[in-house]
Write a protein that binds this ligand. Structure first.
Ligand code: 2M8
Length: 435
């Protein structure tokens, strides 16, 4: 069974790999290259086809803008099975956008740094991989320069996101209160996602109005970062996004040390690192909830809900030993009941929890992979093992879906996984977890 699943995971990744040198997350539903998906996918490829892993990252980094920005979707092809596409986003509005690829004008969690390090860990031919890393690493460094220069208006060491799609956790209930501060127009458009996936598992039409409106505001100002920081109704310091940046800073430091030289870059990265970790702990930890939370920078208030992102700082070694213990306690009390698979994407004890709906409750394999790695490296080996076993069991039982119900027994004999099937990062991270 295990062997068959492994073969199936490889078959999924190979089938989703496209001629242009990138991998789609899921046929039909997501027909382009997504930034953080690509990173996880490269980790999967590295285990059995190192050239594809390199190609995936090379293609993504090739779409970098002249200001260091890396977009969240690269529209390599014309494809109308997805909305909103290149014509809606209009990346060409930004004077420094890529002249080679059309893309969105927003980004996604900065995974590229730690992905390069994972590829080095996995590669058998270390010299060859280091050669590849030498060619690409400065692009990732420039991407971090972009973040600290443009996304940290108060110079706190914490960067903001201006759109829920930048978080990766699209319709999380943490955004609900921000939507209440906005009143976007009723857009007329044809949804494509709900032709591929049951609408009950996707965001609502009204939520999409908000998503589109935020893009329109950014477009009115040609995706100018300073204007967005001044005007976007959505401006959030996200613990997952910032934890990924910190994790990638650390990876870049270690990779530059391996390469040798680059003292100036190492010094810059180390300065960012100190400041970011301090602010992260000072500002984003909610002692009463026993978890890290999002901070709404536009309305100057913490968003006091617990999500799987609340535990992601473990992966970047942000919490002290004591704080890590608090996080684990919170996770076990709220998410870890025996009737549940770890780890729900949103607090199962919160009224806004929905076990079927996208980022409002279901289990996601990429989050589980990070938590597994984070718990293991913080010494919580049993809990790490449980997250890994839960992930493998969900895949074994239902297949390589995009997301899964966290309830062990939903009462539905025909229970399936949710969202897109033959989903690339579920396959890629399955490969990594069983290796
Ligand atoms: C989902 O997001 C896209 C928009 O980026 C969508 O719903 O159309 C999210 O789960 C995101 O995190 C992911 O990268 C993307 C592709 O898998 O799908």
């Amino acid at each position: 069974m295990k062997k068959e699943l492994y073969k199936k995971a490889i078959a999924i990744l190979d089938a989703n790999f496209q001629e242009g040198g990138f991998t789609i997350p899921s046929a039909g539903l997501y027909p382009f290259q997504w930034k953080w998906d690509s990173g996880f996918i490269a980790i999967g490829f590295a285990h059995y086809d190192i050239e594809k892993a390199k190609t995936e990252m090379r293609t993504l980094l090739d779409a970098q803008w002249e200001n260091g920005f890396i977009p969240h979707i690269v529209f390599h092809t014309e494809n109308d099975s997805y909305f909103p596409g290149a014509d809606f986003h209009q990346s060409e509005l930004h004077p420094l956008s890529s002249k080679k690829y059309r893309s969105t004008g927003m980004t996604q969690p900065p995974v590229s740094g730690f992905v390069l390090q994972e590829m080095y860990r996995i590669a058998e031919d270390k010299d060859d991989m280091l050669h590849f890393i030498k060619e690409e690493i400065d692009k990732v460094f420039d991407n971090h320069v972009y973040f600290y220069k443009n996304r940290d208006p108060k110079d706190e060491g914490l960067v903001y996101i201006y759109h829920n799609w930048e978080s990766g956790t699209d319709n999380s209930p943490v955004w609900d209160d921000i939507w209440k501060t906005m009143n976007p127009p009723e857009y007329t458009f044809v949804r494509k996602d709900t032709t591929h996936v049951d609408a009950s598992q996707r965001p609502t039409k009204r939520e999409y109005d908000h998503y589109l409106h935020l893009i329109d505001i950014a477009k009115e100002h040609n995706y100018d970062d300073a204007k967005i920081a001044e005007l976007s109704p959505f401006l959030v310091q996200d613990p997952l996004f910032n934890a990924m940046l910190i994790k990638s800073n650390r990876a870049l430091i270690e990779l530059y040390e391996l390469i040798g030289g680059h003292e100036d870059k190492i010094a810059t990265l180390s300065q960012w690192q100190l400041k970011s970790i301090k602010s992260f702990n000072d500002k984003l930890f909610d002692a009463a909830l026993g978890a890290y939370v999002h901070y709404d920078l536009r309305n100057e208030e913490p968003i006091r809900h617990i999500t799987s992102s609340s535990f992601s700082p473990l992966f970047a070694h942000i919490p002290s030993e004591e704080r890590a213990q608090v996080l684990v306690k919170t996770m076990m009390e709220k998410f870890g009941g025996e009737d549940k698979y770890l780890c729900a994407s949103f607090d199962p004890t919160d009224d806004r929890f929905n076990p079927r709906k996208y980022w409002r409750g279901p289990v996601w394999i990429n989050m589980n992979w990070m938590l597994f790695r984070g718990l293991r490296s913080n010494g919580y080996t049993d809990l790490a093992e449980r997250i890994k076993i839960d992930s493998l069991e969900l895949i074994q039982q239902y297949g390589f879906y995009e997301y899964f119900d966290c309830r062990r027994d939903t009462g539905d004999k025909n229970q399936t996984g949710y969202g897109g099937n033959n989903f690339s990062w579920s396959a890629a991270l399955y490969i990594d977890m069983v290796n």
